[in-house]
Design a protein around this ligand. Structure first.
Ligand code: GAL
Length: 414
């Protein structure tokens, strides 16, 4: 009986979607940088080609904290957007509130369960139902470098922490900015993802940020992580505070800075500026994390507009998961596809590396949700960690105090 019901509903949905021109979709997102907007245009044009109009609702603010605040206000006022860019645990939180539409018909018709990695499914499904459409897989433990600056200073790609510090020292001595950084909590936390993984390794990272193990959070290794964050702090320029991430990327693009530690959305900025991997810039895993990937997947969660998923929501979800879109979008965005059956042919050297790293990490149990981008724990814990990491980065805490504050903050918010 169930299969018949599914097929009947599917037939009705397909009939509706082909017979009636779909209306607009209103999409809330935070993709406001040059590279992000270029990638978003791929989706807008894809939908326009299907007769689906796009009502844009951009909310500036990297990492999406501001967007999530605006979303809460929209839903509280009883006027949720059609679809919302969302990360990890935020999706599950909204699903727990019963706010998201059921995408199981599309997922069943299109075989999402067979091609979307388990690491993404754990955030895209709730109670066995698909509630969001995965767009990509980003990862945070990357370093972006200006090739000409490294060549000029005779710096090879660092593979260890000590080699990285030596490279930073060489750049600083040359008078250039060693690390381009934006002093915002989510950016400090993005750097922390990689430094923690590099300092303590995958077991330490998992125990501390995914399991919230108190002993690990309060360990000497965590103190060493904060000590290394203080070293990073000594290599950023004086005007780092409050800088938007893409303006820091521009410093590396223009050769004013040598390195930026940032997720691979930064690659979208290089591409948008007409730069090419290996020729103009280098991408490499943060030294000491070459075998791990700390990931964050962008998904579009569909807010329930009634008992059935809207036809435009269904069409949006189908467009997002289509292999052709998955290639065209991620090539521009700097991320890798959310499907495992997409060829890497259209991707550049950094994209190919990202896809290979993701597969290797997933196959070897080295794939971990990014703490900084909502894939390790719910927002209350993530934000509590942001506060401690940023306070330390800004010199309000020494490392020992930061460790104590981290343990306390997690105890209160988990
Ligand atoms: C991440 C998101 C990326 C990019 C980045 C900077 O959380 O997954 O797509 O938007 O923030 O804002």
């Amino acid at each position: 009986m169930r299969k018949l019901t599914m097929m009947t509903a599917a037939a009705a949905l397909m009939a509706a979607s082909t017979a009636v021109k779909a209306e607009d979709v209103e999409v809330l997102h935070w993709w406001t940088s040059g590279g992000e907007a270029a990638a978003l245009n791929v989706l807008k044009q894809d939908l326009e080609g299907q007769g689906i109009g796009w009502q844009d609702m951009p909310v500036a603010g990297g990492g999406g904290s501001q967007a999530m605040t605006v979303l809460r206000a929209r839903v509280t006022s009883g006027n949720p957007p059609t679809a919302v860019q969302m990360l990890g645990f935020d999706i599950l939180d909204w699903a727990n509130e019963g706010a998201l539409a059921d995408l199981n018909i599309q997922a069943g018709l299109e075989g999402w369960d067979d091609v979307v990695p388990e690491a993404l499914q754990q955030f895209a499904k709730h109670d066995g139902k698909w509630v969001s459409a995965p767009v990509n897989v980003h990862s945070t433990n990357w370093v972006w470098a200006n090739k000409a600056v490294l060549d000029e200073l005779g710096i090879a790609v660092p593979t260890t922490w000590d080699e990285f510090v030596a490279a930073l020292e060489k750049v600083k001595a040359s008078g250039k900015t060693a690390i381009a950084h934006g002093g915002q909590p989510w950016q400090d936390a993005t750097v922390f993802d990689a430094v923690a993984m590099s300092t303590g390794g995958p077991d330490f990272y998992k125990k501390a940020f995914i399991d919230l193990d108190e002993e690990t959070l309060g360990s000497d290794t965590m103190k060493e992580t904060f000590d290394r964050m203080a070293v990073i702090r000594s290599y950023v320029d004086d005007n780092f505070s409050g800088r938007d991430w893409n303006l820091a990327t521009a410093m590396v693009i223009n050769g004013d800075a040598a390195f930026q530690m940032m997720g691979d959305w930064a690659k979208g900025e290089f591409l948008n500026a007409g730069k090419q991997p290996d020729a103009d810039f280098l991408c490499f895993r943060f030294p000491g994390t070459q075998d791990q990937v700390t990931f964050n997947a962008d998904q579009f969660a569909m807010f329930a507009q009634g008992s059935e998923v809207g036809k435009e929501q269904a069409a949006l979800a189908t467009a997002i998961l289509s292999p052709s879109f998955q290639s065209a979008f991620n090539v521009v965005k700097g991320s890798v596809p959310a499907r495992t059956d997409v060829s890497n042919e259209a991707f550049d050297a950094c994209g190919k590396k990202g896809m290979a790293d993701l597969k290797k990490a997933a196959d070897s149990g080295n794939l971990y949700g990014s703490m900084a981008h909502g894939h390790a724990n719910p927002a209350a814990v993530k934000n509590a960690m942001y506060d401690v990491i940023t306070a330390h980065f800004n010199g309000e805490y020494d490392s020992a105090t930061a460790v104590d504050e981290l343990v306390t903050a997690v105890q209160i918010n988990k």
